[in-house]
Ligand binder design. Structure first.
Ligand code: PGA
Length: 249
């Protein structure tokens, strides 16, 4: 089984003092983990976490679709690279929803990340209304298709996170069967685009926690997790990492 990837998404949480304690605890706890571990932190704290992270990979939560120039407030792929960032989340549903990010913009951000040598974690996922209307497959395939279309042969370099919007921060998790079904759809879509689809990590995200992680991570097409709330508590996050490590042996 390939090594699982457990990525924390801190969202807009943290402070110098809180980050220091959290990253030290996570770094100490994952030193011998048989899973890959990353934390995606707010941009102002990237340098702080870079200095404390140990074997934990550094991730950002967004990047600009532009290379450089007059884009006040934006953070470029090159700047992230400069700070030692490896992963960058693109197209999180909170950005699609609150910042009107389109499939096409998400695809351009993924392209910008890849061009700078970063690994984009491309998020896809349906809303509750879309699921109830039977549109889940259609929605996630449309979101991923935009990224495949623009990124061609580089597509095997990305990570995909399936995050049903109705499960994010709600405590309502997709069942392992529901998650696996969508992951299988995404895997098949990637297989049609690249002969190296099997190496693409497909993460599940949406109220993954210490109690439900093992069952979700045991699914054949679930290669890891994108963890929001539970990534802010070191013991919970480390329990998820341990569940992922246990599956690697
Ligand atoms: P959650 O968030 O684990 O708090 O549901 C996941 C995410 O939005 O990445």
């Amino acid at each position: 089984m390939k090594k699982k990837l457990i990525a924390g998404n801190w969202k807009m949480n943290g402070s110098l003092a809180a980050n220091d304690a959290l990253v030290r605890a996570v770094a100490a706890g994952v030193a011998d983990a048989a899973a890959e571990v990353a934390v995606c932190v707010p941009a102002p704290y990237l340098a702080q976490v870079a200095a404390l992270r140990g074997t934990v990979a550094l991730g950002a939560q967004d990047l600009s679709a532009h290379e450089s120039g007059a884009y006040t407030g934006e953070v470029s792929a090159g700047m992230l690279r400069d700070l030692g960032v490896h992963y960058v989340i693109v197209g999180h549903s909170e950005r699609r929803q609150y910042h009107a990010e389109s499939d096409e913009l998400v695809a351009r951000k993924a392209q910008r990340a890849l061009a700078a040598g970063l690994v984009p974690i491309v998020c896809v996922g349906e809303t509750l209304a879309q699921r109830e209307a039977g549109e889940t497959e259609l929605v996630v395939k449309r979101q991923l298709a935009a990224v495949i279309h623009l990124n061609g042969h580089c597509i095997s370099e990305i990570v995909v996170a399936y995050e049903p919007v109705w499960a994010i921060g709600t405590g309502r998790t997709a069942t392992p069967e529901q998650a696996q079904a969508v992951h299988a759809v995404l895997r098949a879509q990637l297989q049609a685009a690249t002969p190296r689809a099997d190496r693409v990590k497909l993460l599940y995200g949406g109220s993954m926690n210490a109690a439900n992680a093992a069952e979700l991570l045991a699914q054949p097409d679930i290669d890891g997790g994108l963890i929001g709330g539970a990534s802010l508590k070191a013991p919970d996050f480390l329990t998820i990492v341990a569940a992922a490590s246990a599956l690697a042996v």
